[in-house]
Ligand binder design. Structure first.
Ligand code: ADP
Ligand code: 3PG
Ligand code: MG
Length: 411
């Protein structure tokens, strides 16, 4: 069920607890905490506006970072300020997330008012999904809305436990949009369906590869992930990053790919840097292009090469459904951004031709932002890192399964 399934008149004057994911990246400038990417705050606005328009009393709750108890640097104040700027409306920031202060602040709220509770992870009971804590959190409210897709893979008090004490417990508009976009590409994708995977850790993405093989037509593998495949096939990868313990799994993937007639396409050429230049962070690095299976000792592959960018881009342009997770190279260094840039641009072009493009993963989304490409250039950019991965793997997410059923998910 989503908030749209509740008649709007039944929201009027109600105290509504909305779990959002305002766990945003920040930077410390002097004494100030500066938000470096507000995608997650912006993404929660449709639900917040809908509830304000419905004349509800809107109380938002989120975690921020991974505090162990109270941490002055992880208070929600800069986030409340940013939200207030984006909404053009006062957002009261409370200094607690449960208890008498919250209760009395809510009693003073008028219909259409909005407030943000303090970082819920200041209480250790949150992550333990403590029953008594969840009951106390629920106390001042009549309705629970979960719009925190990015945290829906966590069974915590504010993402799951609280729903036991509030009825109805429903999905917000962002959660619904994420579920529709991600399940839509998995259920009935237009073909060809191509997935592009990159990033550094094969260990955290191997399950996704296995789950995706029966569903996709083509898997393009870039980033450091490619080296474990090349190593398994006996190639020379120099000092490039790979995960020895996953070589047997690559062999299983090879069998799976044959069974499902899926093409796994690895890079042909790699941009490589001297290992010692990478370690010393030398600015004028000596760069070479080598075939991915002939990288000499002393060199590490840091980005896909120009032939691979061209080849992957062509395959992307011929696909109708695309899912991208993980940068193609060590994009944090602008010298190693071209691969990720090339893939992002190919996805933007194919979106213009009405193909469906979905991007997930914290670093991939940061790379898009760094490139100055608007999120509207893709069909959907997920606010979830771990959550989008677990969803794609087909796992049940506690923050979704705890909600009242009848969620309108498109098939
Ligand atoms: P996402 O957050 O989008 O899921 P990951 O966290 O899996 O992506 O991977 C991002 C990291 O992968 C980046 O820090 C990037 O530097 C690293 N990376 C990409 N290609 C390589 C490579 N060839 N060698 C080492 N690290 C790489
Ligand atoms: C995220 O940033 O992926 C979510 O906000 C969840 O945060 P967590 O990994 O600290 O639970
Ligand atoms: Mg990451």
């Amino acid at each position: 069920m989503t908030i749209k399934d509740i008649p709007q008149k039944n929201l009027e004057g109600k105290n509504i607890l909305v779990r959002v994911d305002f766990n945003v990246p920040t930077e410390k400038k002097g004494n100030e905490i500066v938000i470096t990417n507000d995608l997650r705050i912006k993404a929660a606005i449709p639900t917040i506006k809908y509830l304000i328009d419905s004349k509800a009393k809107v109380v938002l709750v989120s975690h921020f970072g991974r505090p162990k108890g109270f941490d002055a640097e992880l208070k929600m104040d800069p986030i409340a300020k940013r939200l207030s700027e984006l909404l053009g409306k006062k957002v009261s920031k409370l200094n607690d997330s449960i208890g008498p202060e919250v209760q009395s602040a809510i009693e003073k709220m008028q219909a259409g008012d909005i407030c943000l509770l303090e970082n819920i992870r200041f209480y250790k009971e949150e992550e333990k999904n403590d029953t008594e804590f969840a009951r106390n959190l629920a106390k001042p409210f009549q309705i629970y809305v979960n719009d925190a897709f990015g945290t829906s893979h966590r069974a915590h008090a504010s993402t799951a436990g609280v729903s036991a004490y509030l009825s109805p417990s429903v999905a917000g508009l962002l959660l619904e949009k994420e579920v529709n976009a991600l399940s839509g590409i998995l259920k009935n994708p237009l073909r060809p369906f191509t997935t592009i995977l990159g990033g550094s850790k094969i260990s955290s993405k191997i399950e996704i590869i296995k789950q995706l093989i029966p569903k996709v037509d083509t898997l393009l593998i870039g980033g450091a992930m490619a080296f474990t495949f090349v190593k398994a096939a006996g190639g020379e990868i120099g000092e490039s990053l790979y995960e020895e313990s996953f070589i047997p799994t690559i062999k299983e993937i090879d069998i799976l790919k044959e069974e499902h007639a899926v093409a796994i396409v690895l890079p042909e050429d790699m941009l490589c840097a001297k290992k010692e230049d990478l370690i010393s962070k030398k600015p004028d690095k000596e760069l070479h292009i080598f075939p991915i299976n002939k990288i000499p000792a002393g060199y590490a592959g840091v980005d896909i090469g120009p032939n691979t960018i061209a080849k992957f881009s062509k395959m992307i342009s011929q696909s109708q459904t695309l899912f991208w997770n993980g940068p193609m190279g060590m994009f944090e260094d602008p010298l190693f951004m071209p691969g990720t840039k090339g893939i992002a641009e190919a996805l933007v072009e194919v979106t213009k031709k009405k193909s469906i493009t979905v991007v997930g993963g914290g670093d991939s989304v940061s790379a898009i932002e760094e490139l100055g490409i608007s999120f509207e250039s893709f069909t959907h950019v997920s606010t979830g890192g771990g959550a989008s991965m677990e969803f794609i793997e087909g796992k049940t997410l506690p923050g979704i399964s705890c909600l009242d059923k009848k969620m309108s998910v498109k098939n």
